[in-house]
Design a protein around this ligand. Structure first.
Ligand SMILES: Cc1cc2nc3c(=O)[nH]c(=O)nc-3n(C[C@H](O)[C@H](O)[C@H](O)COP(=O)(O)OP(=O)(O)OC[C@H]3O[C@@H](n4cnc5c(N)ncnc54)[C@H](O)[C@@H]3O)c2cc1C
Length: 409
């Protein structure tokens, strides 16, 4: 819709008028999205502007999980965006989900993160890799309000996934799980998790398996909410698994498939975190432009000071490059593309939020007034270089696949 309006309206416009149309829409690249993706973008944008954005500061200050907002987002269909319609989803493509996550994160990074992880790391996993029985049990309710989690990290194994210690022991028609998971997003509010465990630590990555585990199962203990620097309304906590008995029917794929499943899901998860980072960066750019337009220094608006204009230009370039790589990764999914998108989007969001703080001067640092919001972009942006896989690992992955393509490993 937006794209076709632009095409129609640009027919008789000159270049500067075209730029005005683009600026009035406050975004670019929309012309490359198809009708469905544009409709989802509009849906998420409208919801964000009218309902989510006005509440974000309060949610962050109070560190309150966005229950009400997630319920509304569920009603929009976005908690099962890519899930087959037969299981209550919208059956959309990854790019539609990514643009929705970007818009939601622009308004409230915590909400955008929770939506991203639920969809890309849990719902899509069950939808694409689950049996019909698993989908009935672990998917249908999860497009209607239940929240799903992804429990891979452990206290002694974050980046080093093959070294996880949570044990899975087969006992007849059951598997018994024992161990500790850490940093599980939304586990306090969640109803089930994809849990990764080893059935033979000697086998390293070949010994991993993935289980769908109800979080109210006997032996599952949820830890306290981790106090976070950013995305404070989102939650992450430890999960302790003490002799948790799960039916063999809850095993995803076969024993030994766990590492592949985790890596394939992280390829998607990184698109989600990249989109989330683009949303945070866009919010910081919007904030900085709006402030610079009305703040006067040396008898001029800040926008007329060359150094501020330069900063805003840098910010725009950082946002756009991150968005392009993210959209590319969402349409052409590969480890190299999603790692590159996450690497660039996380770093760029942090840099853009840093510029934003600078343009706001003292107000950029203040936790008083409304300006707390602006410093919040900075706090929120930083985490995008950590969760979903640290920036350093993304760089290594890009390098690995680059050399592999050139037969130079
Ligand atoms: C808010 C939040 C939410 C999270 N949600 C989830 C979730 O839902 N599910 C989940 O499973 N996990 C989750 N995590 C965990 C997250 O994925 C890990 O924190 C992350 O993968 C890094 O692991 P680590 O913290 O153990 O750091 P480490 O692996 O100990 O790494 C620390 C640092 O060492 C360096 N480093 C380590 N290994 C390498 C390497 N091979 N090459 C180069 N440098 C390296 C990097 O600089 C890295 O930043 C979350 C984390 C946070 C903070």
């Amino acid at each position: 819709m937006v794209g076709s309006t632009l095409l129609k309206s640009t027919k008789f416009l000159n270049l500067s008028q075209c730029m005005k149309v683009l600026v009035s829409q406050n975004r670019s690249y929309t012309s490359k999205l198809n009708e469905q993706q544009l409709a989802i973008q509009e849906l998420a944008r409208d919801y964000t502007n009218r309902y989510l954005k006005p509440k974000a500061s309060k949610l962050d200050i109070e560190g309150r999980f966005p229950f009400e907002e997630i319920k509304q987002i569920t009603n929009l269909g976005l908690m099962g965006a890519c899930v087959d319609e037969g299981y209550g989803g919208l059956g959309l493509d990854y790019l539609s989900l990514a643009v929705a996550v970007e818009e939601l994160s622009r308004g409230c990074a915590s909400t955008g993160m929770a939506v991203s992880i639920h969809n890309f790391l849990y719902a899509n996993l069950v939808n694409e890799k689950g049996t019909p029985e698993q989908k009935e049990r672990f998917l249908t309710d999860f497009t209607k309000g239940s929240i799903g989690c992804f429990a891979l990290s452990e206290p002694d194994a974050g980046s080093d996934v093959a070294n996880i210690k949570t044990m899975a022991r087969q006992d007849g028609d059951y598997w018994i799980l024992n161990g500790k998971k850490s940093w599980v997003s939304s586990a306090i509010e969640g109803s089930a998790a994809a849990v990764f465990a080893t059935f033979d630590p000697e086998l390293k990555h070949k010994g991993l398996a993935c289980f769908l585990v109800p979080l109210d199962a006997e032996g599952v203990f949820r830890g306290k909410k981790e106090p976070l620097m950013g995305v404070r309304a989102a939650t992450a906590c430890d999960l302790r698994l003490d002799d948790v008995r799960v039916p063999a029917a809850c095993l995803v794929g076969r024993p030994g498939d766990g590492f592949r499943i985790a890596m394939e899901q992280l390829d998607q998860g990184r698109i989600g975190i990249a989109a989330h980072a683009v949303g945070i960066a866009q919010a910081a750019l919007d904030t900085a432009i709006n402030y610079a337009k009305q703040r006067v220094a040396f008898n001029k608006n800040l926008t007329r000071l060359p150094s501020v204009k330069d900063r805003l230009t840098d910010m725009c370039i950082l946002v756009e490059t991150a968005r392009l790589l993210t959209y590319r990764a969402a349409t052409d999914v590969s480890t190299k593309n999603s790692s590159m998108a996450k690497y660039v989007a996380g770093r760029n969001a942090t840099a853009v939020a840093d510029h934003c703080v600078q343009i706001l001067g003292g107000r950029g640092l203040s936790t008083k007034y409304d300006a707390e919001r602006h410093y919040r972009h900075y706090r929120d942006a930083r985490g995008t270089q950590i969760y979903g896989g640290v920036t350093d690992i993304q760089k290594r992955l890009v390098g690995h696949f680059l050399l592999k393509e050139h037969d130079a490993l």
